[in-house]
Design a protein around this ligand. Structure first.
Ligand SMILES: CC(C)(COP(=O)(O)OP(=O)(O)OC[C@H]1O[C@@H](n2cnc3c(N)ncnc32)[C@H](O)[C@@H]1OP(=O)(O)O)[C@@H](O)C(=O)NCCC(=O)NCCS
Length: 171
């Protein structure tokens, strides 16, 4: 069951003055993936530029930011493509993780998705991102859809071992 706690963060829609903060948060999102994969080159030299590409592709009207004392400390986007509704991306600045901001962001995206008559709301964390998987699971994302499997020709090291349907996988 999801514990209830007093909302600590203000959530509001994205404004274009939030752009630099969201670019920095996108960098944090990439840095987190660099860390969990021990791969410092993920995202290239300017990972924050992905936020600009996101804005170009999806616009800015379905992005929400979390504020602590008027500072943007997290944001989440709702992407709607081919009648699929996805939370993409979501990130909270490291010092504020585990304090409920992510949950508040997910809740507002859920509300918007339901308002738009979504039948499902999808999240696609990488399998290595166990923290995000636990986070989403705690918030009710308990249905598992498609699984992406691959053969790695690069010799990269993967974590052993994940069990699914009595089979072992590395992630
Ligand atoms: C994933 C992320 C957005 C979660 O936001 P957050 O503000 O840290 O999460 P919250 O504090 O709102 O957590 C809500 C609930 O999720 C669960 N949860 C959160 N982080 C967890 C973790 N690391 N391990 C286990 N459960 C966790 C808890 O049940 C928590 O409730 P509780 O603290 O009251 O028990 C944030 O940690 C983050 O930015 N991570 C790096 C980027 C990332 O991985 N983004 C997702 C990519 S798909």
């Amino acid at each position: 069951m999801v514990k209830s706690r007093k909302p600590d963060f203000k959530i509001r829609r994205y404004k274009n003055t939030d752009k630099e903060n969201c670019r920095t948060l996108w960098r944090e999102l990439v840095e987190w993936h660099r860390e969990i994969y021990a791969a410092p080159t993920i995202g290239g030299d300017h990972p924050e530029d992905y936020f600009d590409r996101y804005l170009t592709k999806f616009g800015e009207d379905k992005i929400w930011v979390a504020l602590k004392e008027n500072n943007v400390i997290g944001f989440a986007g709702l992407v709607i493509e081919d009648e699929e509704f996805k939370i993409e991306p979501i990130v909270v600045a490291r010092p504020f993780r585990g304090k409920g901001a992510g949950k508040q962001l997910v809740q507002i995206v859920m509300t918007e998705a339901q308002r738009l008559n979504a039948k499902q709301l999808i999240v696609e964390p990488v399998m290595r991102n166990t923290a995000a998987i636990k986070f989403y699971h705690a918030l009710g994302f308990v249905n598992a859809g498609q699984v992406q499997l691959f053969i790695d020709f690069s010799g990269k090291k993967w974590v052993k071992s994940l069990k699914m349907h009595d089979l072992k996988f590395d992630y």
